[in-house]
Write a protein that binds this ligand. Structure first.
Ligand code: CAA
Ligand code: NAD
Length: 286
């Protein structure tokens, strides 16, 4: 295998992002191993992928047979063993440096030394993550956007240690799965979330200050700024725990009060009102 031939793909974490990444890669013809901690998490992921593929079948973008073939290309597992033969493993687990660093350490022991280790982190320094691997040159950020089957961009973030060969191979893979890569240097939140997360946080501060209802704030941004959905609905789509983790990374990383997480954002997360995935956030999702 040359670095430009990343074919066998592993995805760790089958939540909001992981199942979308697995589906997108499998739809493009790549064999995928999708790992999560429990069968229940994998069952939820399978149902989400079935629903997403069914949308494509309904609008005749895909045949029933192609949807079935896509799912058949995804092997689901609760252990990391099947990552041993993967050319690239994309990690999409919780947005915490220590948890991601621990997975990279485990993958070092399981994966081939030339396998690429990519992280779908939203904000964490890739340079810090790469430092947790015994082979830091193979670590890179491959940042997909939610909902993965729909959103075009993949931000590719080079750690200080990432080799040119790894960056080129991941850029080629991004094209091969039908997405558009844009490369940035490593910095907290990279480009998109450095701009987007503070906007969501500020919208939550507007609710906290009682300036307007969540519905009105969202409709103002849709009608006044032509955003496809308002910032509070977007926070609910992303997951308010993820938004809080991003804000904390920006706040701590840049050591700048302008990124202070909204007190209401912290309360929502403490209450378990995490957005769509919890059935309740700034709106209810029955
Ligand atoms: N799977 C497959 N297709 C899907 C889908 C899914 N999960 N969700 C939506 N679609 C498709 C629909 O079938 C539809 O396709 P057609 O136009 O071809 O018919 C299209 O997407 C639009 O969907 P809907 O008509 O149902 O709804 P919509 O027009 O309101 O669009 C949306 C929904 C795409 C989510 C749109 O509101 C949007 O773009 N919102 C902003 C999303 C965004 O900003 N995402 C980035 C979040 S930040 C992030 O991800 C980074 C991070 O680290 C936190
Ligand atoms: P999520 O909570 O929806 O899913 C995370 C999944 O990882 C869960 O199914 C959980 O069981 C699993 N998991 C946790 N620890 C694990 C471990 N040690 N091994 C295997 N699986 C494990 O989270 P998400 O929203 O999919 O976010 C995942 C990553 O993607 C985070 O780094 C997040 O910042 C990033 N991200 C999220 C979004 C978004 O809009 N939600 C967008 C881009 C990037």
């Amino acid at each position: 295998m040359t670095m430009t031939d990343l074919r066998n793909i592993g995805v760790i974490g089958a939540g909001t992002m992981g199942n979308g990444i697995a589906q997108t890669c499998a739809l493009a013809g790549f064999p995928v191993v999708l790992q999560d901690l429990s069968d229940a998490a994998l069952d939820r992921a399978r149902k989400t992928m079935e629903g997403s593929l069914a949308r494509l079948v309904k609008k005749a973008t895909l045949t029933e047979a192609q949807a079935a073939d896509t799912l058949a290309r995804i092997t689901m597992t609760t252990t990391l063993d099947l990552m041993a033969d993967r050319d690239i493993v994309i990690e999409a687990i919780v947005e915490k440096l220590e948890v991601k660093a621990a997975i990279l350490g485990k993958l070092d022991a399981i994966c081939r030394a030339d396998a690429v280790l990519a992280s779908n982190t939203s904000s964490i320094s890739l340079t810090q993550l790469a430092a947790a691997s015994a082979h830091p040159g193979r670590v890179i950020g491959m940042h997909f956007f939610n909902p993965v089957p729909v959103m075009q961009l993949v931000e590719i973030i080079r750690a200080l240690q990432t080799t040119d060969a790894v960056a080129e191979a991941v850029t080629a893979l991004t094209h091969a799965i039908g997405k558009t890569p844009r490369v940035s240097k490593d910095s907290y939140g990279f480009i998109v979330n450095r701009l987007l997360a503070p906007q969501i946080n500020e919208a939550i501060n507007c609710v906290y200050e009682g300036l307007a209802t969540p519905e009105d704030i969202d409709s103002m941004m849709k009608l006044g700024a032509n955003h496809p959905m308002g910032p509070l609905a977007l926070g609910d789509l992303i997951g308010l725990d993820v938004v809080l983790n991003i804000m904390e990374t920006l706040y701590d990383g840049f050591d700048d009060p302008k990124y202070r997480p909204s007190p209401l954002l912290k309360q929502m997360v403490s209450a378990g009102y995490l957005g769509r995935k919890a059935g309740k956030g700034f709106a209810e999702y029955p």
